[in-house]
Design a protein around this ligand. Structure first.
Ligand SMILES: CC(=O)N[C@@H]1[C@@H](OP(=O)(O)OP(=O)(O)OC[C@H]2O[C@@H](n3ccc(=O)[nH]c3=O)[C@H](O)[C@@H]2O)O[C@H](CO)[C@@H](O)[C@@H]1O
Length: 388
């Protein structure tokens, strides 16, 4: 259509597919923006399956890197492939989501092509470059390269301002992961809680968990499984570095179900129906907070401290600490009820529409808003969030 702006969205992994789906759904019939998805091939099957859950297909699938390529080699591989695809007809704007190698590659390619860049989920920080690695590094670099910073929370927007980013580029939109969660929940049936044996949903796939931390986490899971009053469901990530030890340590137990990665629809059912969630995932922290499912985060650090006010607790990777926190939730109904508090620090599911509005404004005014978004009823004069 004449006058349409071409927006290229780069994705590479399952969470990126899930978190960009709402943008495609919201922008599907936009009169002035034409959105298309470029899948880098970092996790092609996960992306294809996750998009299919929303009735979506990527417009382009780039050649996958050779198996076993080192993580930082992926960035160069994906960036070159993106530039080869776009250099003859660069888009009006590129969007990347989150903090993966594909997201960093998309940001570098946008800069090399001279194309404006938007970052969805900008400003998440753990404050530790080693945890999570390389995501903390990736998102800091992407934010330094981006023209539009879509912050998922008040804290993330404040962090960007504190880092000196131009406040007129910072837009507090909420996270599209909540849009995806609510979209899927609206299409699923009522939540079925297992009356007799309570469901514990367990996922673990982060690089910094590999080795001793993962062994300690699995030792905690085995102790909980031995109680006899819980059923543990563990969707095993395709990454062999996570899958092999989990299968070796947890396989063959009657009360532990190891399954392949769940379709997003089934995952949302499990998140809503679980009595307790044990996870080192990032997105699941946001989803669990919104659903009010008590969750123990199996990490040293989280870039989502906003969720810790509700029913999500950071417990680390020590076996005894995980067992103690889980058993308190299993044996103290009042404590479990107190943790069943939905919290919405990452928005109410309208982030995609806000992002598209800001993109349109960027094009229509040719520059960003005059009045920095950070001043207003949520913010003090020096840009700190009120009550933070
Ligand atoms: C440092 C960090 O935290 N970075 C995060 C990381 O994503 P993550 O840690 O959230 O990754 P996963 O846990 O793999 O995916 C989670 C999604 O997948 C769904 N799911 C899970 C298991 C399954 O069997 N079936 C599913 O459907 C689940 O409900 C959820 O929506 O990278 C993203 C992209 O850059 C970032 O945005 C995000 O901050």
């Amino acid at each position: 259509m004449a006058g349409e702006r071409d927006i290229a969205i780069v994705i590479g992994t399952r969470p990126e597919a899930i978190k960009t789906a709402p943008l495609l759904l919201a922008g599907g019939h936009h009169p002035r923006l034409r959105l298309r998805l470029i899948s880098t091939g970092q996790q092609p099957d996960y992306c294809r399956d996750a998009l299919a859950e929303f009735g979506l297909v990527a417009s382009h699938l780039l050649p996958a890197p050779r198996p076993g390529a080192a993580l930082d080699m992926l960035v160069g591989h994906h960036a070159r492939a993106i530039m080869r695809l776009l250099r003859r007809a660069p888009p009006a704007l590129m969007l990347v989501q989150g903090d993966t190698s594909s997201a960093l590659a998309g940001a570098l390619a946008a800069r090399a092509l001279g194309v404006p860049l938007g970052h969805v989920e900008a400003g998440l920080r753990s404050g530790d470059l080693t945890a999570p690695w390389p995501e903390e590094r990736n998102r800091r670099v992407i934010d330094a390269l981006a023209d539009l910073l879509f912050a998922p929370s008040v804290r993330a927007a404040a962090r960007l301002a504190a880092e000196g980013h131009d406040r007129t580029r910072i837009h507090r939109t909420g996270n599209t992961g909540i849009d995806a969660l609510l979209w899927m929940r609206a299409r699923r049936g009522a939540v079925l809680h297992a009356p007799a044996r309570r469901l514990i949903l367990f996922t673990c796939h982060r690089r910094e968990s590999f080795g001793a931390p993962l062994a300690a986490i699995c030792a905690a899971v085995l102790r909980l499984a031995a109680r006899g009053d819980v059923e543990i469901l563990c969707p095993v990530h395709a990454n062999p570095a996570a899958a092999a030890p989990i299968r070796a340590l947890l396989g063959g137990r009657a009360t532990i179900r190891l399954v392949a990665a769940l379709p997003y629809s089934a995952m949302v059912d499990a998140l809503a129906g679980a009595y307790l969630i044990l996870t080192d995932s990032g997105g699941i922290q946001e989803e669990a907070a919104a659903l009010g499912t008590p969750t123990l985060v199996l990490r040293r650090r989280t870039e989502r401290p906003e969720v810790l006010a509700g029913g999500v607790a950071l417990v680390g990777t020590d076996t005894d600490a995980i067992v103690a926190a889980a058993e308190r939730l299993l044996d103290d109904p009042a404590h479990h009820r107190a943790m069943q508090k939905p919290a919405w620090p990452f928005g109410k599911g309208d982030a995609a529409g806000k992002i598209l509005d800001h993109i349109e404004q960027y094009f229509s005014t040719g520059r960003l808003r005059d009045r920095p978004l950070l001043l207003g009823d949520d913010w003090t004069k020096d840009g700190a969030p009120k009550g933070a």
